[in-house]
Design a protein around this ligand. Sequence first.
Ligand SMILES: *Cc1c(COP(=O)(O)O)cnc(C)c1O
Length: 375
Amino acid sequence: MQELDDWARLGVEGHFHAKHPWYAYHEPLMEPLARVVGARPNEVVAMNGLTTNLHLLMVSFFRPSGKRTKILCEAKAFPSDRYALDSQLIHHGLDPSEHLVALEPREGEHCLRNEDVLEAIAEHSDTLALVMIGGVNYYTGQFFDIPRITAAAHEVGAIAGWDLAHAAGNIPLKLHDWDVDFAAWCSYKYLNSGPGSVAGIFVNDRHGRNIDLPRFSGWWGHDKAERFEMRPEFKAIPGAEGWQLSNAPVFSMAVHRVALDMFDEAGMPSLRAKSEQLTAFLEFVLGDIGAGNERGGFEVITPSNADQRGCQLSVLMHGHGKELFEQLTASGVVVDWREPNVIRMAPVPLYNSYEDVFEFGVVLREAIERNKQEV
Ligand SMILES: *Cc1c(COP(=O)(O)O)cnc(C)c1O
């Protein structure tokens, strides 16, 4: 790795003399990152971890006042997001049981309907400070209607923030055109940048240009021209960079840089085109196996409409779920188990083939047949 060689050769001088100088290491990542999420380059930056960034962004964008105090989210949000939301409320002296509006799917349904989100936003109206939802729900694989929900939040005077952990690199996004206020994502799911690797944020230019917006500040968010003058007064860099705290974790960002190069080479539109077909093929394979299979049967709870999902299909098992998951894993298939009874399957266009999906179908059918005979 170039960065390791630079470190060995240059030591601290790598800040200025490395091939990709460490001092400005995040800068060349801004354009490719912007292409992945549909932003202007100055609206994104790679920094910290996802949950850290959610907190930093909420410090700026969740500022309850008067009767506008509530946060609206999904009841089945990713646990870390829920902890972050609850703790932000508590930090402001607000009781989450009163001020967190957590939306449940309708009785007998697994996904939350977009129209129900819109209705809840209208209902809570001027008591709503923030709408904060996962763009793709990690459990069901549902992709929400980001532009409509964002517009509805704005209509009642609320801010719209999105957790895009399962959306970034999975589905083409247009965060700027959709007028999203802020968003955050990690780089180690669809963006393949390594465990715990550096995360990303989006701050809409409308807000980013306002350098007086309250924030938790650090020197890496300070005006670049003056950073090393080491003055006591903070002067934010306009744009997402103004939310940075610390100098870049270069080794983690090096992996991210290479991953983003690959996304550029493939391009989100091509990846999405293949992804829609690959996931539709998996859906077909599952349907073929599931037909007439009551014992050890299953249902796909991810929306069947391609506009409402990315790669992932979540399969709700009606029995033998955990055994089946373990058999699949033992066969060398990487799927994921979520309590109480869901197996998540995600053929990824960057490195999975149609043949992989076909072979997965063979393994799955055999495992289900074996389980039936054992009963
Ligand atoms: C993966 C994931 C996280 C994990 O947060 P980290 O801070 O990266 O550990 C948080 N929220 C969502 C929605 C996720 O999918």
